[in-house]
Each structure stands twice: as structure tokens, then as C-alpha cells.
Design a protein around this ligand. Structure first.
Ligand SMILES: Cc1cc2nc3c(=O)[nH]c(=O)nc-3n(C[C@H](O)[C@H](O)[C@H](O)COP(=O)(O)OP(=O)(O)OC[C@H]3O[C@@H](n4cnc5c(N)ncnc54)[C@H](O)[C@@H]3O)c2cc1C
Length: 343
């Protein structure tokens, strides 16, 4: 079978220096740095071209753009800059990686098979959605999945936070910097968040918790959220809450389907990397939200993509210099404690 990019599946395709999996901020930045190191990287976009940024209405916290810009505009700038220096962008989806041989193999949905000396994984993550009517329609117009990104727009306003874990508690506390009132809607009768976060939530005068409550619909007018329909999980009673914004924190899912049994994942499904963005397999690096569950920002993902590309470049230099690589040894170094205050 011949794929769109001309490689015969199963044939001995030329060996790539770097294959980057994913076209979010981490992937395009890795492409930019690898291209400027003359590595002619190949970037495979995945089905969500541009990643989470492409569904972001306005980005106001990415440095260099004081007048802000839309997510899709930023994606085009990332792509143009990466391509300018020689990144090749393939619109395809990786369905399998083979990591127990070198060069590694990367197989895609279109039937292409690539051989590559290094891989940079930047497959990112996605928020878990509530999947209620109105959620999609009002995303970026009052519905948000990121308080750090959007809290600023709710100065002096009323907001709801949906969820009961650490993220919901942390983000609710963050939102009290701006909002006049923050109500947490939780489907159970107790929070799952850590004790210390719960104490902070319960003693914050701006926060109120509504127990046993789920959102059944998000409603709005003139392109802005005005309220949510609710249901009591115990009595079944229906209700309505007026609000200006709905922040949803019911889970964050790393796009990790390619990696179980091949690369080491933590208990939440993120790749475990060291400070040089190395995974447990020599020559495979990871950047962005697939390995970062703490910061989850465009700016941090960009920085991590840069770091991963620099590490891949060093690795290729070692290979070229003929230095022996111990393929069976985990290359990561965890000199610092792996669990810190922020983890
Ligand atoms: C609604 C929303 C608003 C946000 N607003 C802001 C904001 O204002 N400011 C801010 O700093 N951050 C914001 N964020 C967070 C920010 O978008 C993310 O932190 C950032 O996009 C993560 O970048 P990433 O490169 O790690 O991954 P992602 O952006 O998640 O991209 C992952 C990429 O991997 C690809 N992929 C996945 N699996 C495969 C596969 N098997 N084969 C090939 N490709 C694959 C996908 O197609 C995608 O292109 C927002 C997030 C959301 C959801």
C-alpha cells in the first residue's frame, strides 16, 4: 500500500533524524528548534491540528502579543515559523510506535511507515467534557477549562466551578482573585480534593459549595453564558442558577493511547520524563501536557518543546560521534525529589 506521502508501508524508508508527534505548542516549538539544528524534522499533526490552542478563543497570556490573538492565529504563526526553517508537516495520525528496535518505527493511519533515530512525543491532553447541551456552543464565551487563562475576564463577576477534585478546588481558589462569588457544584456530598485545599475552600468567604448537584445544560443569550440548569443527584429536583461563567474541572486526559507497555506512564497516564525531557527509552523525548500535569499552559508547553528538541539534538550528536548507547538502560536522572510541593 502506498500512503499519501509516498512511503510504502513496510518498505525500508529513509531514516529520519526526528519525528515529532503532535502539532500543539510543544510540537511546533520542537519542530522549530530541531529544524534550526539542521535536522529536517518531520512533524505529524494528529487529528487535532494545532492542539488545544486551536479551540481557544483569545490568548492573552502568551508573551510577545500584548494585543492578544486568537488560538488559530497563534497556531498559524507557530507552523509558519517551524516550516520557515525546514520542518516538514504531515497531516496524519500516528497509530503505532515500535520502540524496542533502533531506528524506531512510526506507523500512521494513512499507511505510512517511518524509521527514525529519535522521537519527540507532544501528543498533549484534553479536558474531560461535561457533555451537556450548551457546553460546546459557549466554550470561550463563558465556558472555560482553565482559570489561569480566563479568570481575568471575570473580574467582579459570578462564576460556577464544576468538579470536586484538587483541580476544581485550586481553580476555585484562584478565581476568587477576580470573581465576586464562586460557587462549586459537586455531584457528591464531599470533595475529593486534598484536606489542605478543602480547608482553604471552606474558609474562603467568596466560595460556596453546592452539594449533590450536576449541570444538565448551559444556557446563554447573545453569545454569552447566563446560567445553568441543574439537577439534585439525590432528590432529582431540577433547578436553575444564574451566572456569568462556568469553569469545568472534571478531569484532564493525556493523549497516551500509543504508549502503554512501551513508555513509562504515571498513575494518571502522563509520560514520566526527567529535567531533560527524556523518557525511559533512549532517543525518545516528550514535551508539553503529555508529560506535564502541573502547569498546562501554552508558554510552558513551548518551553518544554524547546528543551526536548535540544535534548534530541544532543542525543543525535552522541550517536554521530559513535558513542555507545546502552539501549537497555533507562537514561533518565532523577537527582531532585520526584514529588515536590507542586506535584
Ligand atoms: C479551551 C482551552 C483554552 C485554553 N486557553 C489557554 C490560554 O489562554 N493560555 C494558555 O497558556 N493556555 C491555554 N490553554 C492550555 C493550552 O492550550 C495547553 O497547555 C497547550 O495547548 C498544550 O500544548 P501541547 O503541545 O502539550 O498539546 P496539545 O495542545 O494538547 O496538542 C496535542 C497535539 O497532539 C496531537 N496528537 C495526539 N495524539 C496524536 C497521535 N496519535 N498522532 C499524531 N498526533 C497526535 C493532537 O492532534 C494535537 O495536535 C487552554 C486550553 C483549553 C482546552
Amino acid at each position: 500500500m502506498t500512503s499519501t506521502n509516498g512511503h510504502n508501508a513496510g518498505s525500508q524508508a529513509p531514516v529520519e533524524n526526528v519525528i515529532i508527534i503532535g502539532s500543539g505548542p510543544a510540537g511546533f516549538t520542537a519542530g522549530l528548534y530541531a529544524a534550526r539544528a539542521n535536522l529536517s524534522p518531520l512533524l505529524i499533526t494528529g487529528n487535532d491540528y494545532g492542539g488545544q490552542v486551536s479551540i481557544t478563543y483569545d490568548i492573552e497570556n502568551y508573551p510577545g502579543f500584548p494585543e492578544s490573538l486568537s488560538g488559530p492565529e497563534l497556531v498559524e504563526k507557530f507552523k509558519a515559523q517551524a516550516e520557515k526553517f525546514g520542518t516538514r508537516v504531515e497531516f496524519d495520525y500516528v497509530k503505532e510506535i515500535v520502540v524496542d528496535q533502533h531506528p524506531f518505527l512510526v506507523r500512521t493511519e494513512s499507511g505510512a511507515e517511518y524509521r527514525t533515530r529519535t522521537i519527540i512525543v507532544s501528543t498533549g491532553a484534553r479536558p474531560r467534557y461535561l457533555e451537556v447541551p450548551g457546553e460546546k456552543e459557549f466554550t470561550g464565551k463563558g465556558v472555560s477549562y482553565c482559570a489561569t487563562c480566563d479568570g481575568f475576564f471575570f473580574r467582579g463577576k459570578d462564576v460556577l466551578v464544576v468538579g470536586g477534585g484538587d483541580s476544581a478546588a485550586e481553580e476555585a481558589l484562584f478565581l476568587t482573585r477576580y470573581a465576586s462569588r464562586v460557587r462549586i457544584l459537586h455531584r457528591r456530598d464531599k470533595l475529593r480534593a486534598s484536606k489542605i485545599l478543602q480547608d482553604r475552600v471552606f474558609t474562603n468567604e467568596k466560595i460556596e459549595v453546592l452539594w449533590n448537584t450536576v449541570v444538565t445544560e448551559i444556557v446563554g443569550k447573545n453569545g454569552a453564558v447566563t446560567g445553568v440548569k441543574t439537577q439534585d443527584t439525590v432528590t432529582g429536583e431540577e433547578g436553575f442558577l444564574t451566572t456569568d461563567g462556568v469553569f469545568i474541572f472534571v478531569g484532564h486526559l493525556p493523549n497516551n493511547e500509543l504508549f502503554p507497555g512501551k513508555l513509562e506512564l504515571d498513575e494518571d497516564g502522563h509520560l514520566i520524563t526527567d529535567r531533560k525531557y527524556r523518557t525511559n527509552v533512549p532517543g525518545i523525548f516528550a514535551a508539553g501536557e503529555i508529560q506535564d500535569k502541573v502547569f498546562k499552559q501554552v508558554a510552558t508547553s513551548v518551553g518544554q518543546g524547546c528543551g526536548a528538541a535540544m535534548s534530541a539534538t544532543r542525543f543525535l550528536e552522541e550517536l554521530e560521534a559513535g558513542h555507545a548507547i546502552d539501549w537497555s538502560a533507562d537514561p533518565r536522572e532523577f537527582a531532585l525529589p520526584r514529588v515536590g510541593a507542586l506535584a
